[in-house]
Design a protein around this ligand. Structure first.
Ligand code: GLU
Length: 497
């Protein structure tokens, strides 16, 4: 075990750019970040891009965008630099080749020349009911074509000829690999069923396992905090550390994020349950990064108190690996929406306006700052995501193109048109179109017709917004301005008569 009491804390987030950043990836980054900040350590971003066949160019852009949006700043990594550059594994292959060679020299790894077909044939030869897919390991490797079974001359000749080959780790036959996991306690694995892990592929590039271990060692990573899906890889890593005679870092495997319908959270959940799976989709959907991080912090970790709303400083202060749970945690979209609402309600109005402006800018709608702040004031307590202003409250930007049927049914009566006609006239004549004039106009018309104020308010709201609920009507009408208000009142009379 690493001596975490004395070694400086250095943790890394090490995504592979094979697709867009998954929400679970952001949680992993967050826990690493919190742990680093809590222990005055370093948080490193390393791009694990050695698998050419799975490389997706946009994935890295998406990753960078997602991280920047989340606000999780790394101390070392692409763009930022640091003492262990480069932070792209694709630019470090020389290092991995050197260390693969070291293992070959020490007898802990070997060259293997087998073709796919030869390996398949071996598996078929030994397949049984108990063991349908026998491993390429201590029990079979001597019948294969590798530098353990062939003579030195044969091996040299094959290498000289440039025969395709890989480098495999010589995994001990029947051993129990044991390591301490900060989340799970002692974890043991039997080596029996493991394949002799391929370390270098035939293209000379390392597999994830070799590159990951070599880099974690060279980058002086003290704690490896990653998703549970990597737990089965850890015994291989421990064996590699042993073979190199390096001290392994401390491991902590985070619980899986589960779908509300069971199973791992997946693309299906976004299609069927509307749960975004990729981080940048949360941004699109209009979630606030602070709310998302707060939610993710408690998705797998618990503070041991009832507190749910945490500032980043509070999270850093409270976070510890021993309060991370072992079993999968269910994603709860309602909870996230609740978090988002809490953040919006508490948000400084200017910040709210800033964020709203980003959404408005995306649609290139011309609007003044003053007006955005005014809209913000009207909707801040009414939306659970700022993006809803652009959808649910579209009337701020455009005349309604239809009137909600249920609202019409309930609130539009035979007298509505006459009331609105009188109101329009009052508004036309009002010396100033301010809150007083707007309110007074409605009251006067209601009195003149001897009806309650509601008989005027609801149809006005229908005219302005296309429905009969929403922000305070007087402020809303003032904000829309005289011209727009009159136009919309005319339109609703025209349409509903
Ligand atoms: N490259 C791995 C991934 O895509 C990293 C796993 C680890 O943290 O070791 O998640």
């Amino acid at each position: 075990m690493a001596d975490s009491a004395s070694a400086p804390v250095r943790v890394r987030f090490a995504p592979s750019p094979t697709g867009r950043l998954h929400i679970g990836g952001l949680r992993t980054a967050l826990y690493n970040y919190l742990f680093a900040r809590k222990h005055d350590g370093d948080f490193i971003l390393r791009i694990e891009d050695t698998d050419q066949s799975r490389y997706v160019e946009e994935a890295e852009q998406d990753l960078m965008r997602a991280l920047a949006w989340s606000g999780l700043e790394y101390d070392e990594g692409p763009g930022t630099g640091g003492p262990h550059q480069p932070y792209y594994q694709s630019q470090r292959s020389g290092l991995y080749q050197r260390f693969a060679q070291k293992l070959i020299d020490s007898g802990d790894a070997y060259y293997a020349f087998d073709t796919e077909e030869e390996i398949e044939a071996m598996r078929e030869r030994h397949a049984s009911d108990e063991n349908p897919s026998p491993a390429y390991n201590a029990s079979t490797r001597m019948e294969m074509r590798n530098s353990l079974s062939l003579s030195e001359d044969e091996v040299q000749q094959l290498l000289d000829e440039g025969a395709p080959h890989v480098v495999r780790l010589k995994i001990p036959g029947n051993e129990t690999v044991r390591f301490e996991d900060e989340v799970r306690g002692t974890v043991t694995f039997e080596t029996g069923g493991l394949d002799d892990q391929v370390l270098l592929k035939s293209d000379g590039l390392p597999t994830y396992h070799l590159a990951n271990v070599v880099d974690d060692h060279h980058m002086r990573i003290s704690h490896v905090i990653r998703g549970e899906e990597w737990l089965p890889s850890t015994p291989k890593h421990v064996l590699l550390y042993n073979a190199f005679d390096w001290t392994p870092p401390t491991f902590a495997h985070l619980p899986l994020i589960m779908s509300p319908e069971g199973g791992k959270l997946s693309k299906r959940d976004s299609n069927e349950l509307g749960i975004p799976v990729f981080v940048t989709d949360y941004r699109e959907a209009g979630y606030e990064p602070e709310a998302l991080l707060n939610f993710l912090a408690l998705l797998g970790w618990n503070p041991g108190t009832e507190q749910e709303i945490f500032s980043m400083e509070e999270l850093i202060e409270a976070f510890s690996l021993d309060r991370v749970g072992v079993s999968g945690v269910q994603f709860d979209l309602d909870k996230l929406n609740w978090y988002n609402e809490q953040y919006l309600r508490d948000m400084d109005i200017e910040v709210f306006a800033d964020r709203l402006r980003e959404h408005i800018a995306e649609e290139r709608l011309p609007i003044t700052r003053e007006r955005i702040v005014a809209i913000a004031g009207l909707v801040q307590d009414r939306v659970s995501k700022i993006s809803e202003v652009m959808t649910e409250h579209r009337y701020f930007f455009e005349d309604p193109d239809s009137y909600n049927e249920a609202c019409v049914e309930k609130r539009w009566s035979e007298t509505s048109a006459a009331l609105l006609r009188d109101l329009a006239e009052a508004y036309e004549q009002a010396p100033a179109f301010d809150r007083d004039a707007v309110e007074q106009g409605m009251r006067t018309v209601a009195d003149a017709h001897d009806v309650g104020l509601g008989k005027v308010i609801h149809p006005v709201r229908l005219a302005i917004t296309g429905r009969t609920y929403g922000p305070g009507i007087f402020d809303l009408v003032v904000l829309m301005g005289r011209e727009t208000a009159l136009r919309r009142i005319d339109a609703v009379i025209e349409e509903l008569g």
